[in-house]
Design a protein around this ligand. Structure first.
Ligand code: UDP
Length: 269
C-alpha cells in the first residue's frame, strides 16, 4: 500500500508558482502511480475538494460521482492546483490494472497546521494558521473579499479515523472510488470563522473580546496577487464514505478550533 499525501497545497502559491504547483500535483504523483501499477501496490492518493472548482454561493452538496465541475480561465492561475489534481485523478483512473482509491479532503484543520509567517515559514498560510498568527500578534484578521466564501472544516483526527476505516473496510468496496472526507456540520463563512476564532482566543487568553482588533477586508488580488479567484462554497456530500466505509466525521468545529488555537498559542505564543 502506498499513501500519497505529498503536495504543494497553499493557495498563495498557486499564482506565482503555478508551474511548480503543477509539477508537484501532477508530474510527481503520476510517476508514483506508474510505480504502483508496476509493483501491484494499492495507491491511496490524496486529491482535494478544490477539484470541484469555482463553486458559487448557491452550490449545493458536492457529490463525488455526480457534481459537474467548472474552473476559471487560464489567466486565473488559482486553478493551476485544481487542474493538476483533477488530471492526476483521471490519470490514476486510466492506468490499467492499478488498484487505487482517491481521497478528497475538505479543509482539514488541527494542531501543527502550516506555519507562523516570519518564524518558520514565509508567505500566506491557510486560513486557520493565518488567523491564529494574526491573533497571537494582536493584528486584525484579514477577510479576503469580505470573508463571504464558505468552507466545511474537518478535524485532522477525523481524517486519520477515515484512513483507518478505509483499511478496515473490505478492499474491493473501495477500489476505483473517490471519497469526500469532510464534515458538513462544520460549514460556515470565513467571516463567521473569524468571529469564532476571536472569541475562543479571547477566552484562552482571559481577555475581553472587545480588546482584540476588528477584522479588516482586503480584495483577493490585492492579498494573493493577480489570478486569484475563489470557490464560494464547499459542502461535502458524505454519504458514500458512510455507506462504503462506515465513516462519518464527528468532531464539532468549536472543539477543533480550541484545540488548534491552544496548540498555536503554546507553540508560538
Ligand atoms: N482567507 C481569508 N483570510 C485569510 C486566509 C484565507 O479570508 O487570512 C479565505 C480565502 O480567500 C478562502 C478561505 O479563506 O476563501 C479558505 O482559504 P485557505 O487558504 O484556507 O484555503 P482554500 O479552502 O481556499 O483552499
Amino acid at each position: 500500500m502506498v499513501i500519497n499525501l505529498a503536495a504543494i497545497c497553499t493557495p498563495s502559491r498557486y499564482m506565482a508558482e503555478s508551474a511548480e504547483v503543477i509539477r508537484s500535483n501532477y508530474d510527481h504523483p503520476a510517476r508514483l502511480a506508474d510505480a504502483c501499477q508496476k509493483s501491484g501496490s494499492w495507491l491511496i492518493h490524496f486529491s482535494t475538494s478544490e477539484i470541484y472548482g469555482k463553486t458559487s454561493a448557491e452550490s449545493g452538496l458536492l457529490k463525488e460521482d455526480e457534481t459537474e465541475i467548472a474552473f476559471g480561465p487560464v489567466s486565473a492561475s488559482r486553478w493551476s492546483y485544481a487542474t493538476a489534481k483533477l488530471l492526476t485523478e483521471r490519470y490514476i483512473a486510466g492506468l490499467t490494472g492499478l488498484s487505487w482509491t482517491v481521497v478528497r479532503p475538505f479543509n482539514f484543520v488541527g494542531p501543527y497546521m502550516d506555519f507562523m509567517p516570519g518564524i518558520d515559514g514565509t508567505g500566506i498560510p491557510r486560513v486557520l494558521a493565518n488567523f491564529s498568527a494574526a491573533l497571537v500578534r494582536g493584528e486584525s484578521l484579514t477577510l479576503v473579499n469580505g470573508g463571504l466564501a464558505r468552507r466545511s472544516f474537518t478535524s485532522v483526527h477525523d481524517a486519520v479515523d477515515f484512513l483507518f476505516a478505509l483499511f478496515a473496510a473490505p478492499a474491493d468496496c473501495c477500489l476505483g472510488q473517490a471519497f469526500n472526507v469532510g464534515n458538513p456540520d462544520n460549514e460556515l463563512s470565513i467571516a463567521e470563522l473569524a468571529q469564532k476564532m476571536r472569541s475562543i482566543y479571547a477566552d484562552i487568553r482571559g481577555v475581553d473580546l472587545a480588546s482584540l482588533p476588528e477584522p479588516k477586508v482586503v480584495s483577493g488580488e490585492e492579498y494573493y496577487g493577480k489570478g486569484y479567484e475563489d470557490s464560494m462554497r464547499r459542502l461535502p456530500d458524505v454519504n458514500k464514505a458512510e455507506r462504503l466505509v462506515a465513516f462519518r466525521a464527528k468532531t464539532p468545529l468549536d472543539v477543533v478550533l480550541r484545540e488548534s488555537l491552544e496548540w498555536f498559542v503554546s507553540h508560538y505564543g
